[in-house]
Design a protein around this ligand. Structure first.
Ligand code: HEC
Ligand code: HEC
Length: 388
């Protein structure tokens, strides 16, 4: 099998080479720049899916990184993508719910961008957003809520970026096929290319899987058994190499996109979640989609709290309490209700009993999913902070 793949690779490499020679004959290449990017994939990680009209190249990734951290991408010049997606927190922001550039409160929390290039659906509960190129437009131009606050300021944004000498060099290198045009298409394509490089797979858990028996503590190893047990059921929704649901990669033909109700709320006794956070129902209007959210990756989970779509659980210990109870009960206030009786709740959230030691073990396992190299990898840091 492996040698057949190798042969295929060689075949395509030869094809790519011959294409390269052809494109040298013309002055301006008519197709997007060659996929010259070399992936640094951890063991067990497939290649991310890359849209045919946005092939990877090194200049594009560098440009995308600049744009991701560029505060000129906000209406008032105070914010960049990196303001809500901080590397040291696996690209989250430490807040329960995000805060936009003009002070508007987002109803949901910033999500980790670690391994986001593998997500088959983006954001907490929107089956319609499936590409990073398209997703980037929401924080830029969205008005409900305002994040970067660029609505109505598209021309101003392009003017600002066109004046930057670095961009006058990087856009043509990244997008030779359109002569380096600076527009929303090339901006979002570059940001998406950078996001696809945010690959995190060097946690103690990964090192253990790769054969380093001492990489995880005894406690974390017991926690791993619990996590993957039919008693706790965690792995049904947080499975695979990302410990997440709705994952795709290069060569995968059918994407399975799934959303689940974990019994976090039941505000009316009929399964209600508080608006505008009623999950996929906000998009589909179908009652059965009430409270259904994406099961996010648990990689780096120890550094991305507070937890859940609305940051309503502060610690991993309390997240485990929620699942152990088969759903969260809120005793008083406007959101009072017994989530374990939510009629839309997934059949995998039924509750379980853990000894205090078992709970510590499960937490130790979740903590073994932190990839500390990723949190400080210079390739992903803010390039504007150091001289170009
Ligand atoms: C105001 C804070 C804020 C800013 C600024 C921001 N984001 Fe986000 N980001 C969020 C929030 C909140 C979510 C979850 C959105 C939702 O579910 O509706 C999110 C979700 C995402 C996701 C989906 C991740 C996943 O796993 O599904 C991506 C990708 C993303 N943001 C990229 C970006 C990019 C690129 C920029 C800059 C162009 C950006 N964000 C700017 C707060 C922010
Ligand atoms: C039925 C599918 C399902 C099962 C089973 C499940 N989860 Fe989840 N998990 C989700 C979904 C969906 C969310 C997001 C829910 C929300 O925000 O409303 C989530 C959120 C989380 C979060 C917070 C993630 C973040 O970024 O805020 C943690 C931690 C977590 N789950 C751990 C576990 C553990 C540990 C188990 C086993 C005891 C488990 N999950 C079982 C679907 C599931």
């Amino acid at each position: 099998m492996r040698s057949a793949c190798l042969l295929l690779h060689l075949f395509f490499a030869a094809l790519a080479l011959s294409c390269d020679k052809d494109s040298l004959k013309t002055d301006l290449p008519s197709s997007p720049a060659e996929d010259s990017y070399v992936w640094k994939l951890p063991s067990g990680f497939p290649k991310p899916k890359v849209p045919a009209d946005n092939p990877m190249n090194t200049a594009k990734v560098e440009l995308g990184r600049r744009l991701f951290y560029d505060r000129r991408l906000s209406g008032n010049g105070t914010y960049s993508c990196g303001s809500c997606h901080e590397q040291k927190r696996a690209f989250t922001d430490g807040r329960g719910v995000a805060l936009g550039s003009t002070g508007e409160v987002h109803p949901r929390g910033s999500m980790s961008l670690a391994n986001v290039g593998y997500a088959a659906a983006l954001t907490w509960a929107n089956p319609l957003v499936t590409t990073l190129e398209k997703q980037a437009l929401t924080p830029m131009f969205g008005e409900a809520p305002v994040e970067l606050g660029l609505a109505g300021k598209e021309e101003e944004l392009l003017e600002r970026l066109r004046r930057e000498p670095l961009y006058q060099k990087l856009f043509p290198e990244a997008f030779p096929e359109v002569g380096g045009t600076i527009n929303l298409d090339t901006i979002t394509k570059a940001i998406a290319a950078f996001e696809r490089t945010l690959i995190s797979g060097n946690s103690p858990y990964d090192r253990y899987l790769a054969g380093d028996q001492g990489a995880m503590s005894e406690s974390a190893l017991r926690g791993k058994e619990l996590f993957f047990s039919e008693r706790l059921e965690c792995f049904h929704c947080h499975g695979g190499f990302l410990l997440a649901d709705s994952v795709t990669h290069d060569g995968k033909v059918m994407d399975e996109v799934m959303f689940h109700n974990t019994g976090l709320y039941n505000i009316d006794g009929q399964g209600g979640y508080p608006a505008p956070n009623r999950g996929v129902l906000e998009i589909s209007n179908r009652p059965e989609d009430m409270g259904r959210f994406k099961a996010p990756t648990l990689r780096n989970i120890a550094v991305t709290g507070p937890y859940m779509h609305d940051g309503s659980i502060a610690t991993l210990s309390e997240v485990i309490d929620h699942y152990a109870a088969g759903g969260r009960t809120i005793a008083t206030g406007p959101y009072a209700g017994d989530g374990s009786k939510n009629p839309y709740k997934s059949e995998f959230v039924t509750g379980f009993l853990l000894t205090p030691q078992e709970k510590l073990d499960l937490i130790a396992f979740l903590e073994s999913l932190t990839d500390t190299d990723f949190l400080v990898d210079p390739d992903f840091s803010d390039p504007w902070l150091s001289a170009p």
